[in-house]
Write a new protein. Structure first.
Length: 514
């Protein structure tokens, strides 16, 4: 299977996985709204969102380990199907064994530190209907879930780095589906925070063993060689891993701390509507970054082999696709506005267009910088930590005063201001420079077509609404989504698919009809 086909498969698998998760999460959200009191719901969203933060306890090792295994694989050639020579197999086996031992210790640290930190934080949270023991018990179970995830990380790194991009998504989709269905069932049976957290932990534990079993079945030759802990290799990964960790920490400080300020300044009951608005656009953001994520390992292979032209082709395609998804989806969501949230969650749960607009601009720019830095970091360029940490510090500094004076709008604005001042320009500048792509080329080949798509979707969705062509809000939402999807598909045909791909698709259609 060629690089393009593997990227396509990985992206399709990841989109399918994320799509299933999004659909089930969208179903879960109104179930949560209807079966949990507002404060308990706010606490669950606070805990569930925060539990994702504690994955930073991998200290950036995953990013570096994937890159080192991928670069080792590149020594046997950039072709994903090229056989691995003895040197490559031995190097990969040693890297995997070293990672396995380090991750085992990090899993223990993850559970211990995060559970204690959560207890200290929850003691200072003003709760009226949810008891501290219940909230802390649920938090400890979520910490255990995160520890399981850290423990399994080495097998994800191995699969991803040797080119099996997408299979982890397929397995994760299966586990996520079962987990979310079980959580919905728990809510209907009257369960609360502890039951929801227990289901999440069980799902994460199951995912670890699925990844391990799949890795053994797909690359048995790597398990036939007993790797040894390579101290010098681990020490050489410390610096880039810590830089990657600092980058991730800064991004988390920017994008995942709003709930703390909302809970402290306005109360946990204000979190659900704010989080729901962010979630709609954040789901688009994760879809938009999918192709860049699955491409990074192949960019490492190509970079190691000196195929810079192929690197440019992959990165530009990822930018067009990712920003196209954000432009089309974001325009549709902004035009639909309260109609979308009234249909989804019921009336009274729309946070307002100003905050929704800030979320769109924030995540659109995040997509651009995320795609570019994903390609740049695949070349062993970990140069973004100071700026990411600076953004995090600026975000934390601005949130409290802006939150006090402007409420939820101020908290959202602090995130955008922090990113505009730091990451949103530096990551693009540095990443394009590292990948040897000129800004003029980026502007002409990426930004201008995407801007045209945004304008086209905005007009095409707004006109039928302005003319009152639909009888119900359901029809307006469905029609808006269909229009945005058609225009996005046209954009992908013209700007994302390459001539050879369009030819194959055109040739396939008559065969399909016959």
């Amino acid at each position: 299977m060629s690089v393009t086909k593997r990227i396509a498969f990985g992206a399709a698998a990841s989109w399918f996985s994320r799509g299933v998760t999004i659909v089930l999460a969208l179903v879960l959200m109104p179930v949560l709204f209807h079966h949990l009191p507002k404060e308990e719901l706010g606490v669950w969203l606070l805990l569930a969102q925060t539990s994702a933060v504690i994955f930073i306890f991998d200290l950036g090792l995953g990013t570096t380990l994937i890159r080192r295994i991928a670069l080792a694989k590149g020594k046997s050639g950039s072709d994903p199907q090229a056989p691995l020579n003895e040197e490559t197999r031995r190097e990969i086996a040693d890297l995997v064994e070293s990672g396995r031992q380090v991750y085992r210790g990090l899993a223990v640290v993850t559970f211990g530190v995060s559970s204690v930190a959560g207890f200290i934080y929850l003691q200072h949270l003003h709760l009226t209907t949810v008891s501290l023991p219940v909230a802390w018990s649920a938090w400890c179970i979520l910490c255990l879930s995160a520890a399981f995830g850290v423990w399994a990380e080495v097998w994800y790194c191995l699969l991803f780095a040797v080119g099996y991009v997408g299979w982890n998504a397929v397995l994760g989709s299966f586990v996520s589906t079962v987990t979310l269905l079980c959580q919905i069932a728990v809510l209907y049976l009257g369960g609360g925070l502890i039951a929801l957290a227990t289901v999440a932990a069980a799902g994460m534990c199951a995912q670890r063993y699925l990844l391990l079993g799949f890795a053994r079945s797909r690359r048995p030759e790597l398990f036939k060689i007993r790797g040894v802990f390579n101290g010098p290799a681990v020490r050489s990964m410390i610096s880039p891993s810590l830089r990657a960790w600092a980058t991730a920490l800064g991004i988390i400080m920017v994008l995942n701390t709003d709930q703390f300020f909302i809970a402290s300044l306005s109360g946990a009951a204000q979190i659900p509507a704010y989080r729901a608005a962010y979630l709609v656009l954040y789901n688009l953001y994760t879809l938009a970054l999918t192709t860049a994520g699955v491409s990074s390992v192949f960019i490492s292979h190509l970079w190691q082999a000196g195929q810079i032209g192929e690197v440019h082709r992959v990165v530009v395609r990822n930018l067009r696709l990712g920003l196209g998804i954000m432009a089309a989806g974001g325009a549709c969501i902004l035009v639909l506005g309260p109609r979308l949230f009234d249909v989804w969650l019921g009336r009274g749960n729309f946070i307002g267009l100003p905050i929704l607009g800030i979320f769109f601009v924030l995540l659109f720019l995040e997509t651009q910088s995320g795609v570019i830095t994903s390609g740049s970091r695949a070349t062993e360029d970990e140069a973004f930590a100071p700026w990411a940490l600076g953004a995090g510090v600026l975000k934390l500094t601005l949130s409290a005063p802006l939150g006090v004076h402007f409420g939820l709008l101020g908290i959202a604005s602090s995130t955008l201001i922090a990113q505009l001042a730091t990451n949103d320009w530096y990551m693009v500048f540095r990443g394009l420079q590292r990948l040897r792509i000129s800004f003029e080329s980026h502007l002409v080949n990426v930004i201008l077509p995407v801007a045209g798509l945004f304008v086209a979707v905005t007009i095409a969705v707004w006109v039928p609404l302005a003319e009152n062509l639909f009888a119900t809000e359901w029809e307006e939402v469905l029609a808006g989504g269909a229009i945005a999807g058609i225009l996005l598909a046209a954009f992908m045909w013209l700007f994302v698919l390459e001539p050879g791909h369009r030819h194959l698709f055109s040739a396939w259609r008559p065969l399909a009809r016959s």
